[in-house]
Ligand binder design. Structure first.
Ligand SMILES: [Zn+2]
Ligand SMILES: [Zn+2]
Ligand SMILES: [Zn+2]
Length: 118
């Protein structure tokens, strides 16, 4: 009876939004330049949070963290850049590019290679 957060609920809506922009013959160049979705979004999967209690590496190392980021490719939980160990960045650099904030009330996604919200 473990509650499963619906972290991936808003993924299809982004694709639907961009698909709706393909009509219209004027200003296509400028429109395309600003509306291309981040290619790393293809790495997003329906994930299960592996360590809902905290950063996976910090839990085993006994180190503290500040904020938590969820890998949207594999469900790894890592600590943010304000944390001493920055495991979310390390995970993104070595493995998977996009994380979701796990802070209460926040639901933004961040692409580490692009340093941008996606
Ligand atoms: Zn990206
Ligand atoms: Zn950590
Ligand atoms: Zn991952």
């Amino acid at each position: 009876m473990v509650p499963t957060p619906s972290v991936n609920a808003d993924v299809p809506s982004l694709l639907a939004l961009t698909a709706g922009r393909l009509h219209g013959r004027t200003n296509i160049g400028a429109d395309m330049a600003t509306r291309i979705p981040d290619p790393h979004l293809a790495h997003i999967n329906p994930v299960r949070v592996r360590t809902p209690q905290g950063c996976e590496e910090c839990l085993s190392l006994g180190t503290p963290w500040v904020h938590l980021r969820l890998c949207l490719t594999c469900g790894h939980v890592g600590c943010c850049d304000s944390s001493p160990m920055r495991h979310a960045r390390a995970h993104a650099t070595e493995l998977h590019p996009i994380v979701l904030s796990m802070e209460p009330g926040e639901n933004w996604r961040w692409c580490y290679p692009h340093e941008a919200f996606v």
